[in-house]
Design a protein around this ligand. Sequence first.
Ligand code: ATP
Ligand code: MG
Length: 299
Amino acid sequence: MAQMPDNGAPDEPHEREGSSTAPDADTPGSMERTGPPPVGDVPRATRIMAIANQKGGVGKTTTAVNLGACLAERGLKTLVIDLDPQANASTGLGIDVRAVDATIYDVLLHGVDLASVVVPSDSDPNLFTAPANLDLAGAEIELVPAFSRELKLRQALEPVRADYDYILVDCPPSLGLLTVNALAAATEVLVPIQCEYYALEGLGQLVHNVDLVQKNLNPALSLSTIVLVMYDARTKLADQVAQEVRSHFGDAVCRTIIPRSVRLSEAPSFGQSIIGFDPRSRGAIAYRELAKEVSHGAT
Ligand code: ATP
Ligand code: MG
């Protein structure tokens, strides 16, 4: 049975009530947890999750940013790697990508140390970002002649992976070399699926690519986590999609469902995660629940 954060009520009227477009930085509860993480939440080995779906606009970046912020809030040291030239995860986490000296592009193409491009978050001492910028758009082509081109990210992560509990990799909307690098470096794949018509279209191809990478490059890889996002309780279709996804992917589907919420789409323009922007919103509650569920599954 799906767990909706607040009984699945349509969110818009409730959410707009009393909420301006300004960030809600001073709201009590914006940092709910400052101590060590709950016992059992810390994975024995770093969990590296590639957040992938070749479809555009399905909530990959929103999930990378907000799951990352919520894991960090739980006391888990978390790195979000932006592997998309659109750099939405970087800006969504408050980074001015025009001002950074080096990005993940320099790591993948010029052998720059990953540690040297990592930017700590202003809002949480456990949260870190490896930013991207538009340079990365050239990487798909520039990587083609490179030696072990599929393993660039994996090699770059080797010296730093043990420094983190979670590493979330925000993939671009394609199955090209950048996504292959993420899959080759990851221990798990997290797929956000929009609760809409055609949601499952193209997933077969993604699953096939995960299988190929698992067989040829990364035997440890598993498609462990499916997250249903942009759920709208007002449509029957959303429930049908959720049911269909569950019948395909079974236990990999998280119980927590992320509702469609205006506040979630507003937060990035303030360079804040949803828990900094509006900590009591339905989106914040849902992503906190998701972080709890994901980290409870830690082994
Ligand atoms: P791309 O494939 O272009 O990288 P994406 O899969 O990363 O896209 P997002 O950027 O996370 O998708 O989301 C697409 C749009 O939908 C954004 O404007 C985002 O703010 C909005 N959005 C994401 N999740 C939600 C949600 N649960 N409720 C409302 N809007 C959302
Ligand atoms: Mg994105």
